[in-house]
Design a protein around this ligand. Structure first.
Ligand code: SF4
Length: 360
């Protein structure tokens, strides 16, 4: 068995987004956002189905116009996962989205035109039992806060978040989720950490505008990882300048790395070195691709030689320690058999099928 401690979760309230709970003792959920025009219901649904396949648990769609709001019933009828309407400034879109049956609203109550409109949105959210996510973003902090703090700081982010929270609380609304996103992981870490000491609303974590698949994944992993390791964070969205499916994959890998969620294959593979005696890169790519739809959590270690190989291979559920042209397959630390290089993929897949009890 591998070393594993789960961080103790920050205690929060819990809200329900359709069938998914956020906060409290609910698993940290993984979400993403569509990049299609929401008014194009077919294209949006096609993307949502890809996200569902990848394991996405909540999806957000932007709703900037009436035309987009009008597509929501068709979108909602075509998906099983909860849908969040992303609203900017126009309270009427929030009401239309709620009436269409979305499962959560993302809006900043300070930006929708005053107390009366906030009250209308709050009443509507209550009537439809919808939570609201406040989304503070370092790139769009209020002017007064930028004048006060000169630049986005954790204190400015915190203050902005608390302002929006206060507006909702004064309107009698408490089903709140909040995010304090920044493109700078350090700013985001410190902002959420500060807010965590002052309220018990669940957090949606994100490093926003993080960049492309490679650099963006690293920034998200650092930002979210530091917080999740302290038990902070109840739902996550990795933002990448890439296909949304990549955000979901990265999100689960972050949670799996901290052993917060267990889902599918956790592949342990050596980086290879001069001792390597098989084509390990190819084998690992093949294993990952072949087993990408496995739902059951299984740790597989694929190691390149007999130096560190057997130790890691024995510690995993399924292990393969390779040697010259052949390797040893392990299950639960026990040797199963010797396998030739050309049969390794097949042997690993068969072993996984035996463990999960069905074809994969
Ligand atoms: Fe090198 Fe062997 Fe370690 Fe892989 S397991 S990095 S091949 S020493």
């Amino acid at each position: 068995m591998h070393y594993s401690t789960r961080p103790e979760r920050r205690k929060t309230r819990q809200v329900k987004v359709g069938k998914i709970a956020i906060g409290g003792d609910a698993p940290v959920s993984v979400q993403s956002m569509t990049t299609t025009n929401t008014w194009d219901a077919q294209a949006t649904l096609a993307q949502i189905h890809e996200l569902e396949q990848a394991g996405c648990e909540i999806v957000r769609c932007t709703v900037p116009t009436e035309k987009d709001a009008a597509a929501l019933p068709e979108i909602l009828a075509g998906t099983k996962i909860p849908v969040v309407a992303d609203i900017h400034f126009d309270y009427r879109m929030a009401i239309k989205a709620a009436e269409a049956g979305v499962n959560k609203l993302r809006l900043n109550p300070g930006n929708i035109g005053g107390e009366k409109k906030v009250q209308m949105v709050v009443d509507c959210a209550k009537a439809h039992k919808l939570p609201i996510r406040i989304g503070v973003n370092a790139g769009s902090l209020e002017k007064e806060l930028l004048e006060k703090y000169l630049r986005p700081t954790p204190e400015a982010m915190y203050e902005s978040g608390m302002r929006h929270i206060k507006i909702l609380e004064e309107a009698g609304f408490y089903d709140i989720v909040i995010s304090l996103k920044a493109s700078d992981p350090k700013l985001m870490i410190d902002s959420y950490s500060l807010l965590a000491t002052r309220c018990d609303y669940p957090f949606h974590l994100g490093v926003t505008e993080a960049g492309t698949k490679f650099t963006g994944t690293i920034k998200n992993a650092i930002g979210m990882g530091a917080l999740l390791e302290k038990g902070i964070g109840d739902t996550i969205r990795v933002s990448l300048t890439a296909e949304p499916v990549e955000e979901v994959k990265a999100g689960f890998e972050i949670l799996k790395a901290l052993r917060i969620r267990e889902k599918g294959i956790n592949l342990i593979a050596c980086p290879t070195c001069g001792r390597l005696e098989i084509d390990l890169f190819k084998l690992c790519d093949q294993v990952e691709a072949r087993l990408k739809n496995v739902e059951e959590p299984i740790e597989i270690a694929i190691m390149g030689c007999v130096v560190n190989g057997p130790g890691e291979a024995q510690a995993a559920k399924i292990g393969l320690a390779a040697g010259r042209g052949q390797g040893v397959l392990y299950l639960n630390g026990e040797v199963v058999k010797k396998v030739k290089e050309e049969d390794m993929l097949k042997a690993l897949v068969e072993q996984v099928e035996q463990v999960v009890g069905h074809p994969v």
